[in-house]
Design a protein around this ligand. Structure first.
Ligand code: NOJ
Length: 553
């Protein structure tokens, strides 16, 4: 709680640790079972003690909650289920007092179907200015009864919904999330004003939802994509020149936003959620665009030395080509938690695994734990910013067997119950060993927490030297003393081993399946598991990582 993150350091974000708070599931102060801003404020001490530099808060704006708050009906207010604007002001003050920056989510690709603009659009005739803020089109076929194109929603089913007068509107996600028309200057002006609203309140930056989808190719006749889009949420589109993913025109929006961010002192930052190819990702972080982009290629990479080495190189090269540093992400609120991914055989289909309630194939949770601990040291040693997802510091697994009636992700219903969706990584955090919701709040929990969840709690892990939490605390502390030297080099390594140095920090990870010798006289600063050894030198067991103080060789 004492670390120095003076708000005067304008470049704080280049090499930082950002802790993602999924607001509905972090902490619930009022006991209604739903996380809220007062709960976050009360628990921010945990994040500061962990040693993070910033928090990213997922949406807490007014929302009918068709997609967990990513369907915003008022961008300038807090949803009553999460609190009030005053609660937000208090949160901000507390975070800043603890030396934590606050990044908030902005959802510009679509709003809620209950947003006043959409109500106005529905009440207005085809071709009206109110409809032009969205993507309304006539249908195909003799009576216009077919959707205007074959575009598919990310949540399943067509990306078009028909309204009573016969027109259709576009939605990349749920029908309750109509896409905005970013060719309309009113949309641009409105979002600039929304950015300023939060910036003026004092936020330090934005996480930009669907930053690669805001512009569409709407030239008539609309082009079919000829294929269903069943790829994972953040996976890149196939091929180039997709009618709504990763279009060159989105960069004009990012440039305009950068100009707004740079007007503030110190300048504020933005991170792109852009599920695009490795080659295109750096375009989002050019010097006059957004500061960072989530590294989904790294998140998706299997636990495999050659594959990881390739993705690390590509990430560094790509980011450096535009003068940036990469981000490193293992989990977020949209993917199966990485501990569980690493517990499954390589290439396992996680959609099918979830549908089997986590039974098929069987997960080797102990293996997942070892790998997740090693992955933490690997990730935190790389140059750039690491995004942590709440609960990964506790070693939380995916809750794969949530009762079907408890599922809230719109993907579940929209896919005709063929995909369970993302609830299993969103189960509320256990803070205490026992109690009605393991310390999440004084009441219950909007998603059921499994029995034994309390064993993962902050309370249960604090002070236990072999716990996940203490590993993360130690890692963040040591990392801080190596921050600032971005120099990266691979070191000679054995097959199946990753060995590199970032500044004076050396990291070795054993993915080979057999023990490997450690360099003679190496004194580990930190290890993710027990490193045996004898007079002949230390040993790095399989699925283990170690940090050493690097010496010139
Ligand atoms: C990405 C968000 O992370 C996800 O949770 C949401 O469903 C979609 N964007 C749509 O806003």
């Amino acid at each position: 709680m004492t670390h120095n993150t003076s708000r005067g350091n304008a470049d704080w974000w280049r090499e930082s640790v950002v802790y993602q708070i999924y607001v509905p599931s972090f902490a619930d102060a009022d006991g209604d079972g739903m996380g809220d801003l007062r709960g976050v404020t009360d628990r921010l001490g945990h994040v500061a003690e962990l040693g993070a530099d910033a928090v990213w808060l997922t949406p807490f704006y007014r929302s009918p909650w068709a997609d967990g708050g990513y369907d915003v009906s008022d961008y300038r207010d807090v949803d009553p289920r999460h609190g009030t604007l005053d609660d937000f002001r208090e949160l901000l003050d507390r975070a800043h007092a603890l030396g934590l920056r606050v990044v908030v989510d902005i959802v510009p690709n679509h709003c809620s179907s209950e947003h006043p603009w959409f109500a106005e659009a529905l009440a207005s005739p085809p071709g009206s200015p109110a409809r032009d803020r969205f993507v309304f089109r006539d249908g195909r076929g003799p009576d216009g009864g077919e959707p205007p194109s074959d575009w598919q929603s990310k949540f399943g089913g067509p990306a078009w919904t028909r309204v009573p007068d016969g027109q259709w509107y576009m939605h990349i996600f749920a029908a309750e999330q109509p896409d905005l028309n970013w060719e309309n200057p009113e949309v641009l002006a409105e979002f600039e004003s929304i950015l300023r609203f939060w910036l003026d309140l004092g936020v330090d930056g934005f996480r930009v939802d669907v930053a690669h989808g805001m512009r569409k190719d709407l030239t008539p006749p609309l082009r079919d994509t000829r294929g269903s889009d069943s790829a994972p949420l953040n996976a890149p589109p196939e091929g180039h020149d997709h009618p709504f993913w990763d279009r060159d025109e989105v960069h004009d929006i990012h440039r305009a936003w950068r100009r707004v961010l740079d007007e503030y002192d110190p300048p504020r930052i933005a991170v792109a959620e852009a599920g695009v190819s490795e080659a295109r990702l750096p375009l989002y972080t050019r010097p006059d665009e957004l500061h960072q982009a989530f590294n989904f290629p790294y998140l998706r990479c299997p636990w495999n030395a050659a594959a990881l080495r390739r993705v690390v190189d590509a990430s560094l090269d790509g980011a450096r080509s535009v003068g940036a540093l990469p981000t490193w992400v293992l989990s977020n609120h949209d993917v199966v938690r990485h501990l569980s991914r690493y517990a499954l055989p390589e290439g396992a289909d996680t959609v099918a695994w979830l549908m089997s309630d986590g039974r098929e194939p069987a997960a080797d949770e102990e293996l997942g734990r070892r790998r997740a601990r090693a992955a933490a040291l690997l990730t935190l040693a790389l140059p750039g910013t690491t995004y942590l997802y709440q609960g990964e510091e506790l070693g939380l697994p995916e809750v794969a067997d949530l009762p079907r009636e408890a599922l809230r992700d719109p993907m579940w219903e929209r896919t005709g119950r063929a995909r369970k969706g993302r609830d299993g990584c969103r189960v509320p955090i256990p803070w205490e060993r026992s109690g009605p919701s393991y310390g999440f709040g004084p009441g219950g929990s909007w998603l059921p927490q499994p029995e034994g969840w309390g064993e993962y709690s902050v309370e249960a892990q604090t002070g236990r030297p072999d716990s996940f939490l203490e590993l993360y605390r130690a890692a963040l502390k040591i990392r801080r003393s190596f921050t600032g030297d971005e120099g990266f080099a691979w070191l000679p390594s054995r097959e199946g081993e990753l060995a590199f140095r970032k500044g004076a920090l050396e990291c070795r990870v054993n993915l080979s399946g057999a023990p490997l010798p450690l360099p003679p006289s190496a004194e580990p600063l930190l290890a993710s598991g027990e490193c045996g050894g004898g007079p002949a030198g230390g040993v790095l067991p399989p699925d283990t990582a170690v940090w050493l103080e690097s010496r010139p060789r």
